[in-house]
Design a protein around this ligand. Structure first.
Ligand code: PLP
Ligand code: COI
Length: 350
């Protein structure tokens, strides 16, 4: 790949940012990476000031939703070194999503070298406060024009970043969804396609209107199997066993999920990857064996669930002194921020 051209901003916004009070993904760093696909090839990416982009209304992204994204984070350790967590997994999944949406796959060097170069340019934007990080959004969308319902002939790959704090303010109250589905067999649920999220907003809003924060997605066929927690993978702990469902066509293969499985095994926690049902957790809640429920994903890391609603009844999870969720959250965040030894070879110094 040729050298990445950098056009620095002449008006940095960094002094106007309150790094002690960051929301999630609401303020954006000074620069972005841009790379076009035209005439059958990806170009050399460029780094330019964060700015609007111009597209024709006939661009296929607006008509047929050919768009994918990734979610990752960069962390600063106490020596001010920059770290990424399993970026190779994000890259692999980006191309899995690309393939499913008929988007041309991206060369690894464009993704990795582009990302590292962007992080160097916007290094000052990586927060150092505990619990904060630089949230990274790689995206690809169809810029090629036409009303014909077929893949576009041109695309844009971009990376934008946002210094961010916690995704959720505290524990969440979730509703087990019995009517709507996030994904279906043979569908795009395993891809990070923008449309997967658009389809969740309406059922999620209905749940919010009823006083919940999030929806727990069940399988589209029977609505009996628990699959995901909003935009997170889901774990439950019944007695001493941590359980999460197997990945499938319908479930995003989360990097946090698989890291938690490895960490839990390393910590001697009993782990089961198997299907589990709504009936099983309702019963476990009634007989006191359901100890914890939490979502896991890059943005939220681990998000403990306080209450789940099912068919007009709310089931509260017990308040525990030393929840496994917090033990796992601390270990994964300590690895991500280079506070704990990375026995797994996951972290990458930038
Ligand atoms: N499930 C869905 C639907 C998601 O959008 C995400 C977020 O990325 C996850 C699970 C968690 O995946 P990861 O841990 O790789 O962020
Ligand atoms: C992430 O966890 O990074 C995600 O992509 C979920 C998102 C929709 C906030």
């Amino acid at each position: 790949m040729n050298t990445i051209k950098v056009t620095p901003t002449t008006t940095s916004k960094i002094d106007s940012i309150d790094f002690k009070n960051l929301g999630f993904g609401t303020v954006f760093s000074d620069h972005m990476l841009v790379c076009d696909y035209k005439n059958g090839a990806w170009s050399t990416p460029e780094i330019v000031p964060f700015q609007p982009i111009s597209l024709m209304p006939s661009a296929k992204i607006f008509h047929y939703g050919q768009s994918i994204f990734e979610g990752m984070k960069a962390y600063k350790d106490t020596d001010k070194k920059t770290w990424l967590f399993r970026p190779d997994e994000n890259f692999k999944r980006f191309n899995i999503s690309a393939k499913r949406l008929s988007i041309p796959e991206l060369p690894e060097a464009v993704f990795m070298e582009g990302l590292k170069a962007l992080l160097k340019v916007d290094e000052q934007w990586i927060p150092t406060q505990d619990g904060s990080s630089l949230y990274i959004r790689p995206i690809i969308f169809a810029t090629g024009e036409g009303f014909h319902a077929s893949p576009a002939d041109a695309y844009k790959f971009m990376i934008c970043t946002a210094p961010s704090g916690a995704y959720f303010a505290g524990k969440v109250k979730v509703l087990i969804e019995q009517n709507y589905s996030r994904s279906a067999n043979g569908g795009v649920g395993y891809a990070k396609a923008g449309g997967n999220y658009a389809g969740q907003f309406y059922p999620t809003q209905l749940a919010i209107d009823k006083g919940y924060d999030q929806v727990i997605w069940t399988d589209d066929n029977t609505h009996e199997y628990i699959e995901e927690a909003g935009a997170m993978n889901i774990f439950v702990r019944i007695n001493d066993t941590l359980i999460t469902g197997p990945t499938s066509d319908r479930i995003l293969d989360g990097i946090t999920r698989k890291s938690i499985l490895d960490i839990a095994k390393d910590e001697g926690i009993k782990v089961e990857v198997r299907k589990f049902t709504v009936t099983e957790i309702v019963e476990a809640s009634k007989n006191g064996s359901l100890k914890e429920m939490f979502g896991a994903g890059t943005a939220a890391v681990i998000s403990p669930i306080a209450t789940f609603g099912f068919k007009d009844t709310d089931y509260d999870l017990p308040e525990l002194e030393n929840p496994v969720a917090l033990q796992l959250k601390k270990r994964i965040m300590d690895i991500q921020t280079n506070k704990a030894e990375d026995l797994f070879g996951w972290t990458v110094n930038v």
